[in-house]
Write a protein that binds this ligand. Structure first.
Ligand code: CA
Length: 295
């Protein structure tokens, strides 16, 4: 296992809860969010002077590019589409509107273009969240219940395995994923975080089928082999609350890493002044393209 410190600060946004990085191959832009700051960030690696920040509330928590244009995203109570030109927000599917103590959290599209996203309690109650799937017709289904903090999602290259993180379990689990129905089965544990620091948060998968996991409270991103549970690499990040990661760049060889400031004391923030920033590191490894929403 090697540790690297070649992480660079891309955007000193001081986000309260930076999250949800997604590379848009069509536009060469990196989208990311500040859930508690209710902001969408658009980063252009080639011309960072044109980076954008848009307020979208309440609790924008995940997003995906949409095949028909614009993006789809989750707010507190459901799935929405968002027109980046005229800034119009349109409800696609309401979910958990009656659960006012819940909000949506991490989400991502499957290889067929369904949008999966999970929820969590705003008051840290256990097992109050669920994992939902929205299809191209904007119908939603519940895939999992009794989730505490629904987080990292990733699919194998064939699309028939889905990886998932419920943060307090400190495990990555896998399911058989039926691409035709969008249903999951045969849950099994593939990674135990064990004595690695912090708790698993966001996740992505690389072109070699290995998982990259952000460590909330752990100052690092780690790479794991889901076929044998082995830890392969740990990348040090100069912020303790590491929330998520995604590959981007025109060659898909840059790992973008989001971080948070929420919950840190003034003393802690002095030691990690760039907490809440967007970081990146170039690796000799490529990611997999993000899937667009087809609806
Ligand atoms: Ca997260």
């Amino acid at each position: 296992m090697s540790t690297s410190t070649n992480v660079v600060l891309v955007c000193d946004a001081k986000a309260s809860l930076g999250e949800g990085p997604v590379w848009n191959e069509a536009t060469n832009q990196l989208y990311w969010l500040d859930i508690l700051g209710h902001r969408l960030h658009i980063h252009l690696p080639e011309q960072p002077q044109d980076d954008e920040m848009i307020t979208i509330e309440p609790y924008i928590s995940s997003l995906a590019p949409r095949q028909s244009g614009g993006i789809v995203l989750t707010l507190q109570d459901g799935f929405y589409s968002y027109n980046l030109v005229n800034k119009e927000l349109t409800l696609l599917a309401e979910v958990e509107a009656s659960l006012t103590d819940n909000r949506f959290n991490d989400g991502k599209c499957d290889p067929r273009g369904r949008y999966l996203a999970g929820s969590m309690s705003l008051s840290n109650q256990q097992a109050k969240g669920s994992l939902y799937s929205m299809n191209s017709a904007h119908h939603t289904e519940t895939l999992l219940t009794d989730v505490s903090i629904s987080n990292g999602l990733a699919w194998s290259a064939e699309g028939n395995t889905m990886y998932f993180i419920d943060t307090p379990t400190r495990k990555v689990v896998a399911f058989d994923y039926n691409l035709d129905t969008g249903h999951i089965s045969s849950r099994r544990v593939v990674v135990e975080i064990g004595d690695q620091p912090g708790s698993p948060d966001g996740m992505t998968i690389d072109a070699e089928g290995m998982l990259w996991v952000a460590h909330w409270g752990g100052w690092c991103v780690t790479r794991w082999n889901p076929h044998n549970g082995q830890l392969l690499q740990s990348i040090a990040v100069p912020a303790s609350q590491v929330t998520s990661c995604a590959f981007g760049g025109t060659e898909l060889d840059t790992l973008y890493i989001t971080t948070a400031r929420v919950g840190l004391s003034e003393e802690e923030l002095i030691k990690q002044p760039n907490a809440g920033g967007l970081f990146s590191i170039k690796l000799g490894i490529k990611g997999t393209p993000s899937s667009m929403f087809v609806g």
